[in-house]
Write a protein that binds this ligand. Sequence first.
Ligand code: HEC
Ligand code: HEC
Ligand code: HEC
Ligand code: HEC
Ligand code: HEC
Ligand code: HEC
Ligand code: HEC
Ligand code: HEC
Length: 249
Amino acid sequence: MNLGFWKFPDQVVRLAILFALAIAGLIWVRHEFVPESFGERGHYRLDAIDAVAATETHYAGRQVCVECHDEPGEVVSSSYHRTLSCEVCHGPASRHVEDPDTFKPEIPRRRGRACLYCHEYLPSRPTGFPQILERQHNPMEACITCHDPHDPTPPETPGSCGACHGQIASTKAVSHHGTLECSTCHTTAPEHSVNPRAARPSKPSQRSFCGRCHATGASSSAEIPRVDLDSHGDRYLCWQCHYPHHPEG
Ligand code: HEC
Ligand code: HEC
Ligand code: HEC
Ligand code: HEC
Ligand code: HEC
Ligand code: HEC
Ligand code: HEC
Ligand code: HEC
C-alpha cells in the first residue's frame, strides 16, 4: 500500500486492522457485559452482596433447634457429638423451623453416609479420631442399634468368649476340658471381641499341641490321661476323632 510519503508493507496493514478490531471489541465487551456496580468499592461487583443476602437460607443452626427440642439439645451438648450441628445429620431444616408440622427433617436411621461421612477410615483424618472400617465393623446392622446418635458412647465390649460362643462355652463347661480356659488353646486379640471376623483367634494346628498335656512323656500333672502320640490315632489330627470342646476317650 502506498500512502504518499509512507509506505507500509501489506502484512503490517492487515495486522493493524486486526488490532483495531480487537480493541474495539474489548471496549464493546467492557460496555455491554461488565456489571454496573463492578469496581465501585474494589475489584468486585458491589451488588453481589445484596444478591447473596437475598438467597433463601436452608440451615437454621443449632441454637434455633434447641429452642423447641431442649431434650436432644441437652443430651447432645454433653456428648461426644457436642461440636456437631443438628443439621449435619438431620439435613437443612430451616423450612421445618418455620412450619414444624408440614416439613419434617430427615432422620438418618439407616446405616450409611450420615455416620460414615465422618467415621469411615481415612488416612487424612487426625490420629485418635474414632474411625471404623465400614466393611468390617458389624456389617449390615444400622449404626443406631448399638450407638445412640445423640450420645454415642461406645457400648461395652462383651466380656467373655461365651457372650458370643455360648454353645461352645456351655458344652465345654460340662466336659473333661471344663477346667481349661479358652485361652489355653486359642490366642485371641482383644480386637476379636469388637471385629470378630477381622481379628481371628488362633486354632491348634498340630497333634503335638494336644501332646503337651496328653503325650506319654509330657511333663504336666499325672491326673491327665496319656496316649502314645506315635501310635495313637495314627496320622490323623486329634480333633478329627475327639471334639476338643467335649473330648471323650
Ligand atoms: C418452632 C419449634 C421447632 C423448632 C425451632 C425446631 N423444631 Fe423440630 N419439631 C418441632 C415439632 C412441633 C415437631 C413435631 C413433633 C411431633 O411430630 O411429635 C418436630 C419434629 C422434629 C423431628 C422429628 C421428625 C419426625 O419425623 O418425627 C426432628 C428430627 C426435628 N424436629 C429436628 C429439628 C432440627 C434439627 C431443628 C433445628 C434446625 C428443629 N427441629 C427445630 C418443632 C420445632
Ligand atoms: C450424629 C447425628 C445426629 C445429630 C448430630 C443429631 N441427631 Fe437427632 N437423631 C439422629 C438419629 C439417627 C435419630 C433417630 C434415633 C432413633 O430412631 O433411635 C435422631 C432423632 C431425633 C429426633 C426424633 C426422635 C427423638 O429423639 O425425639 C429429634 C427431635 C432430634 N433427633 C433432634 C435433634 C436435635 C435438636 C439435634 C441437635 C441438638 C440433633 N437431633 C442432633 C441423628 C442425629
Ligand atoms: C460431622 C461429623 C460426625 C458425624 C456425621 C457423626 N459423628 Fe460420631 N463423632 C464425631 C466427633 C467429632 C466425635 C468426637 C471425637 C472425639 O471426641 O475425639 C464423634 C464421636 C463418636 C463416637 C465415640 C467414639 C469414642 O471414641 O468414644 C461414636 C461411637 C460415634 N461418634 C458414632 C457416630 C454415629 C453412630 C454416627 C451416625 C448416627 C455419627 N457418629 C456421626 C463426628 C461425627
Ligand atoms: C453390633 C453393634 C454395633 C454396630 C451395629 C455398630 N457399632 Fe460401632 N462400636 C460397637 C462397639 C461394641 C464399639 C466399641 C469398640 C471399642 O472397644 O472401642 C464400637 C465402636 C465404634 C466407634 C469408636 C471406634 C474407636 O476406635 O474409638 C465408632 C466411631 C463407631 N463404633 C461407629 C459406628 C458406625 C458409624 C456404625 C455404623 C456404620 C457402627 N459403629 C455400628 C458396636 C457397634
Ligand atoms: C463379639 C462376639 C465375640 C466374642 C466376644 C468372641 N468371639 Fe470368637 N468369633 C466371633 C465370630 C462372629 C466369629 C466368626 C465366626 C465365623 O466366621 O463363622 C468368631 C470366631 C472364633 C474362632 C474361630 C476362628 C476361625 O478362624 O475359625 C475362635 C477360635 C474364636 N472365635 C475364639 C474366641 C475366644 C477364645 C473368645 C474369647 C477370648 C472369643 N472368640 C470371643 C465372635 C466373638
Ligand atoms: C483343649 C483345647 C481347646 C479349648 C480349651 C478350647 N478350644 Fe476351641 N478349638 C480347639 C481346636 C483344636 C479347634 C479346631 C477344631 C477344628 O479345626 O475342627 C477349635 C475350634 C474352635 C472354634 C471354631 C470351630 C467351631 O467349633 O466353631 C471356635 C469358635 C472355638 N474353638 C471357640 C472356643 C471357645 C469359645 C472356647 C472356650 C469356651 C474354646 N474354643 C476352648 C481347641 C480348644
Ligand atoms: C483315629 C481317631 C483318633 C485320633 C486321631 C486320636 N484319638 Fe484319642 N482316642 C480315640 C479312641 C477311639 C479312644 C478310646 C479308646 C482308646 O483308649 O484307645 C481314644 C482315647 C483317647 C484318650 C483317653 C485315653 C485314656 O486312657 O482314657 C486320650 C487322652 C486321647 N485319646 C487323646 C488323643 C490325642 C492327644 C490325640 C492326638 C495326638 C488323639 N487322641 C487322636 C481315637 C482317636
Ligand atoms: C492344658 C492341658 C491340656 C491340653 C492342651 C489338652 N488337654 Fe485334653 N485333657 C486335659 C485334662 C486336664 C483332661 C481331663 C482329665 C480328667 O477329666 O480327669 C483332659 C481330658 C481329655 C480327654 C478325655 C479323656 C477321658 O478320660 O475320657 C480327651 C480325649 C482329651 N483330653 C483330648 C484332648 C485333645 C484332642 C486335645 C487337643 C485339642 C487336648 N485334649 C488338649 C488337659 C489338656
